[in-house]
Design a protein around this ligand. Structure first.
Ligand SMILES: *Cc1c(COP(=O)(O)O)cnc(C)c1O
Length: 445
């Protein structure tokens, strides 16, 4: 038999077959090289040489893949609502529109329209936060990690901050509270034990150098058994008696009570404010359901001090974030958060509605509608699940099947369990149902 490698065309010959493709020449040549390399790999694995038509199709596929941005929209059928790997919170239609409006042209980002002179970017969102939460002051930065870093850098540099050993957490993505404190040059004073920290532990650790007591919500893990945490109220009373401040990192920080929707109670921003915490930090894109941001609320003089710190400038959010966040907050102010914000729509989606969608899906795809569980994710409410009705599909080679779904346009992300492919309607936006079905159908074909 003749050498199968000899059957392959040269790069130039293959490129000449694709002359009416409008890719620039260097990209076309690179795509032809890649296609020929792949063909050689296949020949080495014992396959016959591809036909010219197959090679041309391969080049076209490589060019099309090249044309797509690396960061793109995917369909989340995992049932994990605030999925950190999948971009956390999807935004409300109105929040998306607000971002587009500001992206399209100029805006009054730092322009006071009434006075006709320079204004402040802070005001657009902070007045809303103050109105909704009742806090004295508010500030927005890039994310909650930045919020914690700024608070410690501006308020505790060179001083001692007392924190319970049970709260020295790693949030994920390498964000460890002790590391952040070191970076900010605040001195960390650990008190109590992993499972129990009493008020006396904090009181006994206070020195001339102490500036704050800090509470960190252990968002992503739960301790059970012989445990004791000091209440925020008690920490605040002690701190204020001794002229210290309380920093409260809520993590997700919700404005609505998750306890009303079949989940455990997640500490709310109002509860921290009512307890008297001096600076409270939380994320914009976890249970708040907005764009990536870090929100700081609390005592007016402290928030002003944070705003004046040089880091505040380095950590400031951009106009798109502010536009999306303002609209998300407006949903809360207007009492329409549950109806408008996708994270809350998903949390509160009735089982009957999930069941109805799952039935439509099995009508098209086969498989069975089965009881399953969705989770909140994003390091919130660990161990908490929401009952859902998911589609369980039997597929050949499940690992290869989900890989094929990930290669689709848009990619579909499902879950394999017990050798079945599971698709949970809860996290699939209702307007994505048809796209998801078409993609899974074609992968099954
Ligand atoms: C998620 C979280 C953070 C980090 O927030 P990002 O918005 O992801 O930067 C900090 N602290 C706690 C307790 C968290 O749960």
């Amino acid at each position: 038999m003749s050498n199968p490698f000899r059957a392959l065309p040269s790069v130039d010959a293959l490129a000449s077959r694709l002359e009416n493709n409008d890719a620039p020449r260097p990209r076309l040549i690179a795509a032809c090289r890649t296609a020929l390399d792949q063909a050689r790999d296949m020949i080495r694995l014992g396959e016959g040489p591809p036909s010219e038509a197959e090679l041309v199709a391969a080049v076209a596929r490589i060019l099309a893949e090249d044309d797509r941005l690396s960061l793109r929209s995917v369909i989340n059928a995992t049932g994990v609502i605030v999925h950190t790997n999948l971009g956390r919170a999807p935004l409300s239609t109105e929040a998306q529109q607000a971002m587009i409006d500001v992206a399209r042209g100029y805006s009054n980002l730092e322009y006071d329209l009434a006075a006709g002179r320079r204004g402040k970017r802070d005001t657009h969102v902070e007045d809303l936060i103050v109105e909704i939460t009742g806090a004295e002051g508010a500030l927005v930065v890039n994310n909650n990690a930045a919020a914690v870093y700024l608070a410690l850098s501006a308020l505790a540099v060179g001083r001692e901050v007392i924190i319970s050993r049970g709260q020295l957490v790693e949030i994920g993505g390498g964000f460890r509270v002790p590391d952040v404190m070191r970076q900010s040059n605040a001195h960390l004073v650990e008190v109590g034990t992993t499972n129990r920290t009493r008020l006396a532990d904090y009181a006994n650790a206070i020195t001339e150098q102490t500036v704050a007591l800090m509470r960190i919500h252990s968002s992503n893990f739960r301790m059970i058994g012989f445990t004791e945490e000091t209440s925020l109220d008690a920490m605040v009373t002690l701190a204020h008696e001794r002229d210290l401040i309380v920093l409260d990192d809520l993590g997700s920080g919700t404005l609505l009570d998750t306890g009303l929707y079949g989940l455990d109670h997640e500490p709310t921003v109002f509860e921290s404010i009512t307890a008297g915490a001096d600076v409270i930090t939380f994320s914009g894109d976890k249970l708040l359901g907005g764009p990536q941001a870090g929100l700081l609320v609390g005592r007016r003089d402290l928030i002003e001090q944070l705003k004046r710190h040089p880091l505040a400038r380095a950590l400031r959010p951009d106009k798109l974030c502010l536009a999306g966040l303002a609209m998300t907050l407006k949903h809360y102010r207007d009492g329409e958060a549950i109806e408008k914000i996708p994270v809350w729509q998903m949390i509160t989606m009735p089982l009957a509605q999930l069941e109805a969608r799952a039935r439509v899906w099995t009508g098209r795809l086969g498989g069975k509608v089965r009881d399953a569980t969705s989770t909140v994710g994003g390091g919130s409410l660990p161990g908490n699940t929401l009952p859902t009705r998911a589609v369980a599909l039997q597929v050949d080679a499940p690992d290869q099947f989900v890989a094929r779904l990930r290669q689709a346009d848009p990619p579909v992300i499902g879950r394999i369990q017990d050798d079945l492919l599971w698709l949970d309607p809860r996290t699939v936006l209702p307007n994505q149902d048809e796209t998801l079905l078409a993609i899974v159908e074609s992968a099954l074909a």
